[in-house]
Design a binder for this molecule. Structure first.
Ligand code: FES
Length: 123
């Protein structure tokens, strides 16, 4: 148990640890991302949280970054380390893994992710 001071936090990274993502290196992605944050001395600037399923299982392993609102797919330990160095510390998102980005009004899909279903179409 911990209660962190987030007053210096610039990014919140949600790492999916749902079943599909754990089957596709979710544990290793979590460890690599956290190790790279520590290696870069960025613990106060980047907060991470393991989550349950984010509803994008075909994109596993899924990682999302806020407040930018960028969703990533197919994350691996190597791309997790690159995410820290390039996106979080240099402001350059990983374009080839990005599946959604926040426009200010809604999430805009790239053509990299699974198409998915609209909830309203399931009724
Ligand atoms: S388990 Fe990660 S999106 Fe479903």
């Amino acid at each position: 148990m911990a209660t962190w001071d987030l007053s210096k936090t610039m990014h919140h990274v949600l790492i999916c640890n749902g079943g599909s993502c754990l089957r596709r290196q979710g544990e290793e992605v979590t460890a690599a991302l956290r190790e790279e944050i520590a290696l870069q001395g960025a613990d106060d600037r980047i907060h991470t949280t393991r989550t349950r399923c984010n509803g994008r299982c075909e994109d596993a392993c899924v990682v999302t970054v806020y407040p930018e609102g960028v969703w990533y797919k197919d994350m691996t330990p190597d791309t997790a380390r690159a995410l820290v160095r390039e996106h979080l510390l240099q402001g350059k998102p990983l374009q080839d893994r990005k599946v959604y980005s926040w426009s200010g009004e809604r999430f805009i899909p790239t053509d990299h992710g699974a198409e998915g279903l609209l909830r309203s179409m399931k009724k």
